[in-house]
Design a protein around this ligand. Sequence first.
Ligand SMILES: [Zn+2]
Length: 452
Amino acid sequence: FVCTSSVAALEVRPENPVAFVGGQVLDGYEVAPITDGVVIFEKGIITAVGSSKEVSIPANAEIVDVGGHTILPGLIDNHVHVDLIGHGSYERYYEFLGGTERLHEVMPIAAKQMLRAGVTTALDLGAPYDILNLRADIDAGKTPGPRLLVSGPWITRIEYDTIPDSYEEIISSPEEGAATALKLIDKGSDVIKVWDGLTQEDYIAIVQAAHSRGVKVHAHLYAPEAIQMAINAGVDVFQHVGSAGNPPYTAALVNDIAHKEIPVVQTIAHRVWVYPATQAFPSRLKRAEYRTDMPKDIYEEFMASFENFHQLPYFRNAATEIRNSKKSAGQFIAAGARIGVGTDAASPLNTHLEAIWREMAALVESGMTPIQVISAATKTNAEILGVFHERGSLEVGKQADIVIVEGNPLADIETLGRVSIVVKDGAVWATENSKLPEMSASNYFGLTAQNP
Ligand SMILES: [Zn+2]
């Protein structure tokens, strides 16, 4: 590669067009793959997508043979927490971080893990405004990470003890709710997140205020009564609803959401898929990337938090939740609801390095086909976030956000865990797993440890 690294040493943007050839292309739509596909981008923009017979490759292009791999749009995670790294206990985690004092140390770890996992856009649903510094560093190319949209603090009437105050905006009236929503938008929130404990009037006031600025409201809800109030108020996206932690909802409620085409981001894998997977294979927590990406004391605290993880309060109801999971998770899918993909990463054990493929695999297990889930995590997620005009599919003119995985995710969705190359905004990253000759040695751009 002939490269420039003008933005920052960490990011490498090829000067010439780059052509990925020989792979299977999934363009983000629910259609058959292009089996002998070519994707070309130049300076951050996709310039060609098609079969090798149709696409002519520019003479000055850098050609990367990705035979045996699948090329797809950069994945979008519609529910993350960049301040978390999968630590076993929220209480102990914030104590270790000194509240929000060390947030600036852990957020880049999370951001890098997401990029490694092929997540090129993420919606953070609930963090203090420290996250705006991280977003600026990512945008400037100083910190590897996905493009971030953020809610900032969430709006609620119930104070949550285990979390520092700067995560929450506590309101006590609809007027306060509306004013808070406007204040958050002024500070930089891309979406408004509402949480439990609000009244019908609160929801109406908050949604009206947010919509007056063209901003969507995401509701973090489980209880049927609260969900109904949120529907009545015109909330835009449901988060966690239909997550496997819940008993199933009534058909009427599910059908109402499906008919109104309100997107549902279920976050089903955290807890009920991740917990048994970890019990079955505890070694998953010992992946080298955790050690290499974290400063020593953070890594040691991260590992120590998993001792006796079956006793962690977060998994107190895991047995019941696992029993309920299959029914609840499949309900919205069976009803034909509009499904987005979000992970709630990095809740306990649910690390950013694995969360997205685990969620997508859980959705397949719950009734979606692999191509439906892939389209949900790219095209649909981009539509939910209002960014589909610029990303979420592989189309000429769109931003060069591309993921290349080894193998065929249409046959085995878990191959999405085998990411070889991530392109974000035309910057090319190779992971440790990349076996592609063109990406090795001197062209190894390194999502390797940046810790000295
Ligand atoms: Zn969450």
